[in-house]
Design a protein around this ligand. Structure first.
Ligand SMILES: Cc1cc2nc3c(=O)[nH]c(=O)nc-3n(C[C@H](O)[C@H](O)[C@H](O)COP(=O)(O)OP(=O)(O)OC[C@H]3O[C@@H](n4cnc5c(N)ncnc54)[C@H](O)[C@@H]3O)c2cc1C
Length: 380
C-alpha cells in the first residue's frame, strides 16, 4: 500500500494551484460580488487540459483518472470553490458526451467542450423533483425528425450563462427507464431562463431555471440511447461526489492555512493567539479532520479508478464525511478570526458560504447515508 502521490500527481496539483493563485484568487471576491465568472477564464483553464479532464485521450481529452481529477479540484478550490465546482459540472457533461454520445454528437460537441469555448451545464433537478430525480416531468415528445421538449429545470448552475445544456427528459413511461438525455444549445427557439437566484454561496456561478417551451431538437441531439438518460446522469455522479468533496477539502485547507497565519500575528492578553493551548487544540483537531478527509477521499477515488464493487458506497461515504468536515473546519476558522472572520476582506466568510451547499447537491448528505445504509443492509 502506497499513500504517496506520484511525481506526476504532484505536478498536476501544483499546476492547478498555480493557475488558481494567478488567475482566480485575486478575482474571486469580485466575481462573488458580480455574480458571474468571466467567460474568458474557461479557455485559459482548457489550455491546461482542464476542459476534458477525464475525457479519453483518443477523443482529445486529458484522460486523467478520478483520483488525479480530485487533485485538480482540491488545488483550484484553494483559490475559489465556486469556480472549481463549476468546472466540475462542465467536466461531468464532457465525460457524458465522450462516454455515451454517438460519433456524430462527439464530433459536434466535444471540440467546443474541450476548448471550453462551449461551456456545458447539467440539467436534472426540477421544481418538483430533486432527490427523487427519477420522478422528473420534463417531456421530450417524439416528432417526425426528433423531439419537442417541454418542462422546467430548477437550480441549474450556469443557467442562462452556459452555451449548451445536457437535459434529462422523459421520452417514455414513469420511472428511470423512461428518461433520456438530450443536448440543447443556448439560443434554441423555446428555450428561456428564469431570474437569477439569490444564493447564500457559490454566488459567482449564475443559477437559474432552464425553461423549455416546445423546444424542437433533431434526433441527432439525443445523447446515447433512448431510455438510458437516467443511467448516464447517474454514471457521472460518483465522480461528481468526489469532486465536490475535493472542493470542500481544498477550500477548508485554504481557510486553515490562512487561520494559522492570522493566529501567529493576532495578539490578545499580551501574546499571539496561537499560544493559547485551547486554540492550539482546535488547530490540531482541524488538521486531523482534514487529513482524515483527504485520505478517505483519495481512497474512494482509488476505488472508483480501480472499479472496486463498493466504489459507489465509498464515494457516498467520502462525500458525506469530507463535505461536513470541510464546513466544520471553515466555520471554526471563521471563529478563530474573531470579528474579522465575519468580514468579506478576510475571505473566510466566503468559504463558509460556498461550502455549505456541498452538503446539499450531487445528492444530499441524507441521500449519501441512504446509499451507504442500503448497501450495509443488502450485504447482511
Ligand atoms: C446552488 C445549487 C446549484 C445546483 N446546481 C444544480 C445543477 O447544476 N443541476 C441540477 O440538476 N441540479 C442542481 N442543483 C439541485 C440539487 O441537486 C438539489 O437541490 C438536490 O438534489 C436536493 O433536491 P431538492 O432541493 O429538491 O431537495 P429535496 O429532494 O426536496 O429534499 C429536501 C430534504 O429532504 C431530504 N430527503 C429527501 N428524500 C429523502 C429520503 N428518501 N430520505 C431522507 N431524506 C430525504 C433531503 O436530504 C433534504 O434534506 C443545485 C442546487 C443548488 C442549491
Amino acid at each position: 500500500m502506497d499513500f504517496a502521490l506520484t511525481e506526476e500527481q504532484v505536478a498536476i496539483f501544483d499546476m492547478a494551484r498555480a493557475f488558481g493563485e494567478e488567475h482566480v484568487a485575486p478575482n474571486a471576491a469580485d466575481w462573488d460580488n458580480a455574480g458571474t465568472i468571466p467567460k474568458e477564464l474557461w479557455p485559459k483553464l482548457a489550455e491546461l487540459g482542464f476542459g476534458g479532464l477525464y475525457v479519453s485521450e483518443e477523443s482529445g481529452g486529458t484522460g486523467l483518472g478520478r483520483l488525479d481529477a480530485t487533485l485538480v479540484f482540491e488545488a483550484l478550490s484553494m483559490s475559489c470553490a465556486s469556480v472549481a465546482a463549476f468546472l466540475s459540472i462542465h467536466n461531468m457533461c464532457a465525460k457524458m458526451i465522450d462516454s455515451f454520445g454517438s460519433d456524430a454528437l462527439k464530433e459536434r460537441f466535444l471540440p467546443g467542450a474541450l476548448s471550453m469555448e462551449t461551456v456545458f451545464s447539467y440539467c436534472l433537478t426540477e421544481p418538483g423533483s430533486g432527490s427523487d430525480a427519477a420522478a422528473l416531468k420534463t417531456k421530450a415528445e417524439a416528432t417526425a425528425n426528433g423531439y419537442t421538449l417541454t418542462g422546467t429545470k430548477a437550480f441549474i448552475s450556469g443557467g442562462g450563462y452556459s452555451d449548451a445544456y445536457i437535459v434529462m427528459a422523459r421520452t417514455g413511461g414513469d420511472g428511470a427507464k423512461g428518461i433520456s438525455a438530450l443536448v440543447i444549445e443556448d439560443g434554441a427557439q423555446g428555450l428561456s431562463y428564469g431570474g437569477l437566484e439569490a444564493k447564500m454561496g457559490w454566488k459567482s456561478q449564475p443559477t437559474r431555471q432552464v425553461q423549455m417551451d416546445g423546444v424542437n431538437l433533431p434526433a441527432e441531439n439525443l445523447l446515447g440511447e433512448e431510455g438510458k438518460g437516467f443511467s448516464y446522469a447517474m454514471a457521472g455522479l460518483d465522480g461528481g461526489r468526489l469532486n465536490i468533496s475535493a472542493c470542500s477539502l481544498g477550500a477548508a485547507q485554504a481557510a486553515l492555512d490562512a487561520t494559522l497565519h492570522y493566529m501567529s500575528e493576532r495578539k490578545a492578553f499580551g501574546q499571539t493567539i496561537d499560544q493559547f493551548q485551547a486554540l492550539q487544540f482546535r488547530l490540531a483537531d482541524m488538521e486531523i479532520e482534514l487529513q482524515a478527509a483527504r485520505t478517505f477521499l483519495r481512497q474512494a477515488a482509488w476505488k472508483l479508478d480501480t472499479g472496486a464493487p463498493d466504489a459507489t458506497k465509498y464515494c457516498a461515504m467520502a462525500k458525506k464525511f469530507v463535505t461536513e468536515a470541510g464546513s466544520r473546519v471553515a466555520d471554526q476558522c471563521l471563529q478563530l478570526h474573531g470579528g474579522y472572520g465575519y468580514l468579506a476582506d478576510y475571505g473566510i466568510e466566503k468559504i463558509v458560504r460556498d461550502l455549505r451547499v456541498h452538503q446539499i447537491l450531487e445528492g444530499t448528505n441524507e441521500i449519501m447515508r441512504m446509499i451507504v445504509a442500503r448497501q450495509m443492509i443488502g450485504n447482511k
